[in-house]
Design a binder for this molecule. Structure first.
Ligand code: UDP
Length: 237
C-alpha cells in the first residue's frame, strides 16, 4: 500500500501556514504592510505617486509601478551577498506584473508608485508573501485597486499536490514542483502563474483549485488587517 503523504509540520495538504498581516509598519512611508506565512516574512512600503526620475521614463498617459524586491542578507541560512541580483530583479518584475492588472494609474501621468518589498525571513514563498504585503501597502497608501491581489505557492512534492510550500518541502522529494500563483480572488483572475518542475494537466488543475481556495483565505487575512487599522480608527473618533 502506498505510504500516506505527511507534511513535516503536520499541515493538511490544503492548509496554509499560520498567517499574520499588519498595516503601517513603516511610519514614514505613504503606505506599508507586513505579511507573514509561517517563517516567511515580507515587509512592503510605498513611496509616491511621485515625479518619475529620470524624466525620459515618464509616461504622459499613466503612472508607473516600479518594484524593488530583495532578500535581506540575514533572512536566509546560507550566505547571501547584500544588494541586487538577477533573481531579485526578476522577482521585482514578477511582483509588478502580478499587481498591475488590479491597478489603474491613469490618473497619475508623469509619476511613479515606487514599491519596495524586502524579505526579513525566508522559508520559501517569498515572492507570494511579498505580493500579499505589497497589495496591502498599496491599499494603505490609498492607491485605487479593483481588488486586493493575493498569492500563494502551490505545487507537487513526492507526487502529492499541496499548498503553501515551505523550504523543507521545496527541497524534499526527487522532483518537487513549485507553482507561485497570484489572483484577484473575487473575480477569479490569475495575475501570476509560474511553474518550476513538472506536473500533469490534472495535477495542475487541482493545484490551481487549491490556490484559489487559499487566495480567498489570504484575502480575508488582508481585509482584516485593513479593518484593524482603519475601522478601529473610525470607531475611536
Ligand atoms: N533562498 C535562499 N537563498 C537565496 C535565494 C533563495 O536561501 O539566495 C531560499 C529562500 O528560503 C527562498 C527559497 O529559497 O524563499 C525559494 O526561493 P525561490 O527563488 O524559489 O523564490 P520564493 O519561493 O522565495 O518566491
Amino acid at each position: 500500500m502506498a505510504k500516506a503523504f505527511k507534511r513535516n509540520d503536520g499541515r493538511k495538504v490544503d492548509e496554509m501556514r499560520p498567517m499574520e498581516a499588519k498595516l503601517g509598519v513603516v511610519k514614514s512611508a505613504e503606505g506599508s504592510a507586513m505579511f507573514k506565512a509561517g517563517k516567511t516574512i515580507a515587509i512592503a512600503a510605498v513611496r509616491g505617486p511621485r515625479e518619475v526620475v529620470p524624466a525620459h521614463k515618464q509616461r504622459a498617459d499613466r503612472g508607473l509601478l516600479r518594484c524593488t524586491y530583495d532578500l535581506l542578507s540575514f533572512s536566509v541560512n546560507d550566505r547571501k551577498r547584500p544588494g541586487p541580483s538577477r533573481r531579485s530583479s526578476e522577482i521585482g518584475m514578477v511582483i509588478e506584473n502580478a499587481l498591475l492588472p488590479a491597478m489603474d494609474l491613469s490618473d497619475w501621468p508623469y509619476t511613479s508608485v515606487d514599491l519596495y518589498v524586502y524579505i526579513t525571513q525566508a522559508d520559501a514563498g517569498t515572492r507570494c508573501a511579498g505580493i500579499n504585503a505589497a497589495a496591502l501597502a498599496l491599499a494603505d497608501a490609498g492607491i485605487p485597486m479593483k481588488e486586493l491581489v493575493s498569492a500563494v505557492a502551490v505545487g507537487k512534492v513526492d507526487g502529492q499536490v499541496i499548498v503553501d510550500i515551505d523550504k523543507h518541502e521545496e527541497d524534499q522529494g526527487e522532483f518537487p514542483t513549485d507553482i507561485p500563483v497570484a489572483m484577484m480572488p473575487n473575480s477569479g483572475k490569475v495575475t501570476l502563474l509560474q511553474l518550476d518542475g513538472k506536473i500533469t494537466k490534472d495535477e495542475l488543475n487541482s493545484a490551481l483549485k487549491l490556490a484559489e481556495k487559499s487566495c480567498k483565505e489570504i484575502q480575508e487575512v488582508q481585509k482584516q488587517a485593513i479593518r484593524a487599522k482603519y475601522v478601529s480608527k473610525e470607531e475611536s473618533k
